[in-house]
Design a protein. Structure first.
Lengths: 232, 232
């Protein structure tokens, strides 16, 4: 391989944590066993890209993802007959994104990777969200990088570049790790190394990327496999 | 006490780490046992506030503290007859700020405080510097906040306010911990709670703040004492 990276930068939603199952579980606990939690999770997530796009396009100033998640929640609740939720209930429900649960192999793989590399999330999630999620899953980060420090959203180049600069590293010493080819393509355009993690079931059975659709430096079956590839 | 804080935000240079002894030791190792390492540390640190002041005043765009430290090093080396250092030697020497050693009670006290509070440095040091220093001293932070995320220097209000916002907390749920009254006065003006740590020998024997000169919520003998005050 090329000069090995000094830092690994992680996409989080879908790559490290299973947002769909976590949100579906929470929604069912809240609305009853018959509630279609998966459809609700899919609907909430479907609002994610359009909400960020207005900011990426410069049609809205930067606001943290917590704000977008809350606006998106207000938008979808009526579709599921749940517009009766109070302000306090909505604010509390919105924090479900702070409590997403990691894919099973992730915590141990991160601990292994931390023996050799600097680790940080490079997520569109804001710092407070990432701090809570780290506590929920016992992730140990060296720093929380991503949208909140760049004040813009991936895959805009400034987000990758601000993260490398914060670590004091040139992009070629940083590796972006993600389950999404568009994220890796963005990172590669800014000069970062790239590693793809297969998450074939991210959006439901068979609805996720089993393999990258762009050239990458590493393609791994899961994060434990990436740790094997990088540490052996 | 008032509502207890949810997060503690730490000044670092002088409050958590003994920069003067660390730099003096490194300088003596580099230049010989007869070299006045303490005078060198004092001279380097004396350039710190004026360098930041130009940025606070808007007379220069934000650059990270690593850049200011390097400029200040170039300024003082000739005064100590050391202008023969190469570019590579200067770049390497400048990283001494990344390897400063904690005051003795700090690592254990931080581990105790982390059982109850979110912890982050709120330093004028940049993220890369804080990451290296955390690794050197085994500090475990929830996030790295401070100048680099605000793109300005303490005691400007934006630096305190950006840190609280990053944690998703109102200022009154955050407590600034510092050995410097001007830092605590700045934090209090933005609505944060404040805790003073006595460091009577920060700038040499008897040359440091043994007590705060401004009103604070807590005044502690050292960080272990603050942990007792907050956790009992």
């Amino acid at each position: 391989m090329k000069t090995p990276p000094a830092a690994l930068l992680f996409d989080v939603f879908g790559t490290l944590v299973d947002f769909r199952s976590s949100i579906a579980l929470d929604a069912r606990a809240r609305f009853g066993a018959g509630f279609d939690g998966e459809a609700f999770a899919d609907a909430w997530r479907a609002e994610y890209q359009p909400a960020m796009q207005r900011i990426r396009d410069g049609n809205r100033g930067y606001v943290p993802l917590d704000v977008l998640h809350r606006e998106n929640l207000d938008r979808i609740l009526p579709r599921f007959g749940k517009d009766g939720l109070s302000e306090a209930e909505r604010a509390e429900f919105n924090l479900v994104w702070h409590r997403l649960t990691a894919w099973p192999e992730v915590p141990a793989a991160l601990r292994r990777l931390r023996t050799k590399f600097r680790l940080a999330p490079l997520s569109n999630g804001n710092i407070a969200l990432m701090v809570d999620m780290a506590q929920h899953n016992d992730f140990r980060w060296d720093a929380i990088l991503g949208a909140d420090i760049a004040r813009d959203y991936k895959p805009k180049p400034v987000v990758y570049e601000a993260a490398c600069a914060a670590f004091g590293l040139p992009p070629e010493r940083c590796m972006m790790v993600a389950a999404h080819s568009d994220d890796l393509a963005g990172a590669a355009k800014s000069g970062l190394m790239t590693a793809h993690i297969a998450r074939p079931d991210e959006h439901g059975p068979g609805k996720g990327e089993a393999a990258p659709s762009v050239p990458v430096d590493f393609a791994a079956r899961d994060l434990a496999h990436l740790a094997e590839l990088l540490l052996s």
